[in-house]
Design a protein around this ligand. Structure first.
Ligand SMILES: [Zn+2]
Length: 326
């Protein structure tokens, strides 16, 4: 499948002609981070590397040592068991007639972390944030070409914070913990999104849902990845879409590679490794179906990804009702 059908109408602002030319001129090269890149993965966190280089998603001078995107098979099993336990908990707690939510509006609190008042220092305009919310609503409603999910997003607050010690936001640092401990607001159903320059050339990271809410819960997104931002090839808002997918319990489409239960969703064909750029026709597993390179949970360019599947929509709603519903 090609680029999302409404790319030009939806995302003109973010795609310069030169960007398209670069996209078309670079070969489709899938680069798998070294195995060691995954060794430091803390459970329940996903991080995406960015790139300014044609064949990787790591920024020039950056590195992927903090790229904990790949859960181990053991972690996937533990998370499956935890989801089942959360569902049992809910069933026991909610005796009598309980109607699981079928549609969900998620309140979104956006924390704009700034080093100073300049754009380079993180002071992105409200317009980009509003555009990001629009992109989320399009992506999760299926209007970009994928399955409709239960979710919509409502911006409730923009919280601007100038604190040089939190900038850039460093994944896994004590400063990240301090930032979230100070700023996180709302219950399990509230999406806290932290925007800033990020460490290690990363585009973003997210926490998976947990039964016991903690202050680390939320998504961290590169500020210039918002629609109309300056992150070439990653400035149409799909980093936000992707990270929120994790926050709603989705794995990468390449989770588990070609074997086993993969990403625990049955209608996303198995994929051996992350796809980068937009390698149309890529097919890395012998099982049926080409690689889901247009799925929001792969690693392709924003211009390449435009859909969730029905199975992913179902998995997200199940997780919502188990973990995040009030
Ligand atoms: Zn991810």
């Amino acid at each position: 499948m090609g680029p999302r059908p409404n790319l030009l109408t939806r995302r003109t602002a973010g795609v310069a002609t030169s960007t398209l030319a670069l996209l078309l001129s670079t070969a489709a090269v899938g680069v798998v981070p070294a195995a060691s890149a995954f060794s430091a993965a803390p459970a329940g966190v996903c991080a995406e590397p960015a790139d300014t280089h044609a064949d990787a998603r790591v920024a020039k001078g950056g590195h992927a040592k903090l790229d904990p995107n790949h859960l181990t098979a053991k972690q996937v099993r533990e998370r499956a068991a935890d989801l089942a336990a959360a569902q049992r908990e809910r069933a026991n707690f909610r005796t009598g007639a309980v109607t699981p939510l079928a549609t969900v509006t998620i309140p979104v609190v956006v924390h704009v972390i700034q080093e100073n008042s300049t754009r380079a220092g993180g002071n992105i305009p409200d317009s980009l944030i509003n555009q990001q919310i629009s992109v989320l609503n399009q992506s999760y409603s299926g209007s970009t070409g994928g399955a409709a999910t239960a979710f919509s997003f409502q911006l409730t607050k923009i919280n601007r914070v100038t604190n040089p010690s939190w900038y850039p936001i460093v994944q896994g640092s004590s400063a990240e913990r301090s930032m979230k401990t100070s700023l996180r607001t709302g219950g399990k159903n509230t999406l806290n999104m932290y925007l800033g320059e990020l460490s290690d050339g990363l585009l973003g990271w997210a926490t998976f849902p947990k039964r016991k809410l903690d202050k680390m819960d939320g998504v961290v997104v590169l500020n210039e990845s918002l629609p109309g931002g300056t992150a070439t090839n990653y400035n149409q808002g799909d980093t936000g879409t992707h990270e929120i997918g994790h926050w709603l319990n989705l794995y990468h489409t390449f989770q588990g590679g070609c074997s086993g239960s993969g990403d625990s969703v049955s209608d996303t064909p198995a994929e051996a490794s992350p796809a980068y750029q937009c390698p149309t026709g890529r097919d890395t597993c012998s099982a049926s179906g080409k690689d889901p390179i247009t799925n929001f949970m792969d690693y392709t360019y924003d211009s390449c990804m435009y859909q969730f599947t029905a199975g992913q929509a179902s998995r997200m709603l199940t997780a919502w009702n188990a973990y995040r519903a009030a």
